[in-house]
Design a protein around this ligand. Structure first.
Ligand code: UD1
Ligand code: MG
Length: 457
């Protein structure tokens, strides 16, 4: 009987002991980000999505930063240190104690290969459930130089030969090894221990697991994926290519789920962006982390959103900036050149033009006039502004927090409001207008006469 992968226990080992010198960065390679999540974070997510019951991350010595990043995302994951970098099989064996606990499936992933989908690991696990001892992940390489080659015959995997150890005939093969492998837990530890370092690089190659398994008459298979999915990252150009591939996938996913993107190639998502149905996203919109957009909302062109939630049917932009803690209520409007931070904009409220609303709450159906600013900061502390439901704040007003504008109150244009305004009251806080009849004409005449006199001197 064929077992389903889900009935089998699974250990994922993520190799993250890379040097990453080609990134030319102070940051370890695996902590560089694609769509706002570290490369390592993507690998952790993928193996979890494939049903890993336990995760071990193999890191290099003195990599507290990498360990901290693992624990932040997956507190339950285990960290082991590979003291010397003696090859991929050696790295996997750094997790030997956990391997010895006994799991049905072992999956080996690389922290610098972030785009492998959970389904791909699941398919490799399915091969194990169907009796293979090893399932290696392969791809057709545009340029196979440097990769291990998969030697296959009639669908079976006969060997993996590293580029440096390959003959010219083998180097002509374009089916390459992506580095990731699934091993049957019954055999994995003993296979790994049998791997030697008798090769061109004097390393313990994980790829040798195939030869060891076959010598024991065990079945080994290859599972193939697209090159774009298995692309490893060594430099910043490859990092940008992974970003592009992630964005391509996410755009398709968002559209498949019922949102419209007028110019998909100009919209950039975070790994965690949530977009509802019948949402319209116009060109040139950027989503930072932690944004969710409810059904029927419209995000107009050139808007930037991070840490924000946008309610059903709300209208944002063009040129809006929503910063962390912005909560835009259903059917509310945040118009052009409006910045919102740590503020609730109530249902149906409108902040249509040129405003800063920070550390504030705006009641339902309130209308905030053009150029309104919440003065939330005195250089030391931040204070809140509360604007009631149905309030009307006239254009170009400064609301000096802490301050409350009551429900239904009015604020006259150009006011600097420092004291609370009672519900339904009118506050006017600006110089009173005086009009001097004929003053301008008289001024012009006197000034012109003076200028004439000065010239003729
Ligand atoms: C490996 C494969 C090669 C494959 C290629 C795909 C082996 C022997 N070769 O080669 O067939 O085509 O990946 O990219 O497996 N690592 C450690 N500790 C070590 C060595 C490596 O943690 O001692 C980690 C690295 O950080 C990296 C991964 O393992 O994440 C792969 O190592 P790398 O040196 O890049 O292997 P390749 O030579 O690229
Ligand atoms: Mg590599």
């Amino acid at each position: 009987m064929t077992q389903t992968p889900s009935s089998r226990s699974c250990l994922a080992i993520i190799l993250a002991a890379g040097e990453g010198t080609r990134m030319k960065s102070r940051r370890p390679k695996v902590l560089h980000e694609v769509a706002g999540r570290s490369l390592l974070g993507h690998a952790l997510e993928a193996v979890s999505g494939a049903g890993a019951d336990k995760i071990v991350v193999v890191i290099g010595p003195d990599r507290d930063d990498v360990a901290a990043a693992v624990h932040e995302q997956r507190p339950e994951a285990q960290i082991v240190v590979q003291r010397e970098r003696l090859g991929t099989a050696h790295a996997v064996l750094a997790a030997r104690e956990t391997l010895a606990l006994g799991f049905d499936d072992i999956i080996v992933a690389f922290a610098d290969t972030p785009l492998v989908r959970p389904q791909t690991f699941t398919a490799m696990r399915a091969a194990l459930a169907n009796g293979a001892a090893i399932a290696a992940l392969g791809f057709e390489a545009r340029d196979p130089t440097g990769y291990g080659r998969l030697i296959t015959r009639d669908g079976a995997l006969e060997a993996i030969v590293e580029h440096k150890d390959a003959s010219d005939l083998q180097r002509a093969i374009s089916l390459c090894f992506a580095g990731l492998m699934a091993l049957d837990g019954q055999h994995a530890l003993s296979i790994l221990k049998a791997i030697g370092d008798d090769n061109a690089q004097g390393e313990f190659y994980l790829t040798e697991a195939v030869a060891v398994a076959r010598a024991r008459a065990l079945r080994t298979v290859a599972h193939n994926a697209a090159e774009s999915e298995v692309q490893g990252i060594n430099d910043r150009v490859q990092l940008s290519m992974a970003e592009a591939e992630f964005q391509r996938r996410k755009r398709l996913e968002v559209m498949a789920a019922g949102a419209s993107l007028t110019a998909p190639e100009t919209v950039f998502f975070s790994h965690d962006t949530i977009i509802g149905r019948d949402v319209l996203i116009e060109p040139h919109v950027v989503f930072g982390p932690r944004v969710s957009i409810a059904d029927g909302a419209v995000i107009h062109a050139f808007s930037h959103l991070e840490g924000a939630t946008v309610g059903e049917g709300a209208n944002v932009g063009p040129y809006a900036r929503l910063r962390p803690g912005a909560k835009i209520g259903a059917n509310a409007k945040v118009g052009n050149f409006v910045e919102v931070k740590a503020a609730d904009i109530g249902e149906g409220a409108k902040v249509s033009h040129l405003s800063y609303i920070g550390d504030a709450s705006v009641g339902a159906n309130a209308n905030i006039g053009a150029g309104t600013i919440t003065c939330n900061y005195d250089g030391f502390f931040k204070y809140r502004t509360t604007i009631g439901a149905g309030a009307f704040v006239g254009s170009n007003s400064s609301l000096v927090a802490p301050v409350t504008i009551g429900d239904g109150a009015f604020v006259g244009s150009g006011s600097v409001v420092t004291d609370d305004v009672a519900p339904d009251a009118l506050a006017i806080a600006r110089g009173r207008q005086t009009v001097k009849g004929g003053w301008a004409k008289a001024f012009r005449e006197t000034a012109a006469a003076r200028k004439q006199a000065a010239k003729s001197d």
